[in-house]
Design a protein around this ligand. Sequence first.
Ligand code: HAM
Length: 391
Amino acid sequence: MPTFRAPRGTRDLLPAERAAFRRLETIATDLTERYGYREIETPLFEQTAVFERGVGAVTDVVEKELFLLAPRTEESESWALRPEPTAGIVRAYIQHGMQTLPQPVKLTMTGPMFRYDRPQAGRYRQFWQFDVEAIGDPGPAIDAEIIDLALRFYRDAGLDRIEVHLNSIGDAACRPAYIEELTTYFRGHVDELPQLERDRLERNVLRLLDSKDPAMAALNATAPRITDRLCGPCAEHFASVKAHLDALGIGHVEDAGLVRGLDYYTRTTFEFYAPGREGQQQALGGGGRYDGLIELLGGRPTPGIGFGVGLDRVVLALAAEDVATRKLGKQLESAARDHAHFAVILGDELAGGQVQLRDLEAGSQQLVPLVDLARKLAAAAKSHRHGVGEG
Ligand code: HAM
């Protein structure tokens, strides 16, 4: 008998790991509901053209990594497994006339994506994304809100030291001149370019900036920067996004090389990293604004912004930090930081129908029968006095 195995670059999620994913899905659902997002589900495959037009034909994701489905007959349409959710969600937004709904339309989806990438730790051919899209709002406030939402997700998951990398890559008004300048720059170094980058130079020069080829690092470091060439409205938008982030107390690193691997981005782009891991191209998530995408896929001009979180990488990062099995003390600290007044601790007493109710501000704790918990909490919430014994 042959030995059958899961395909290269894919993994079975056995029950313990599936539970870790389920926990993240629950956190995602709770958070997105609170921020007014509604769930959508699009097919695992789309017409190939949705990705070619949406993500861009001259990108790694489409040119090298797309899983194409073999046609059944000669007339069959060309289909591809989704490498990312945004193009499909925007396709659905247009197809179902969501432009007529109150804007922005806030949508969220969690599920598997497929990229024919070279498998390695944290890089799979089937991986999971938690995705959020707000379509129909030009920002800049929502840009900051969406970054805030992503950070809350990481924090609720147990990663509270996530670094935000931020950039603006301009729009149709300022990018063409920048692209010309960048092309001239790389033409001057054409002999130093690896073959793939040389091919792309005249077709999609921005992709040279996020090339995975180590030979490109030095050239990219001295390349002209888009942030120095933004037009007035883009510069103003970017400044305002940063002001909103400051107001929310969200620190960030400006990263002029952050052009992202997909073509649909305009203006704000961002990525999330666990500290010290930026260099390994192991972003825990990323996203940005895509004000031209809806039109590109046949809709009316409509702005949009969103992000995708790589759940596989979040699970790996949690395992690395060992927070999946965090000590109670750390969890209580994190609840206090979120300004929670009470914590309900489910311990061994649960078997006897009791839980510990801890008043985080007063530092007091009391054993409460589960049946009385709701009444106790309601009474305590009404009372201005601290101390759970008084409810
Ligand atoms: P992306 O940066 O291509 O963006 O992917 C988002 C996240 O998915 C990455 O930061 C990473 O955590 C995870 N990821 C990507 N490829 C792999 C892989 N091969 N194995 C494991 N994890 C992976 C997007 O896909 C955009 N759709 C995000 C977005 C939404 N932009 C606007 N709206």
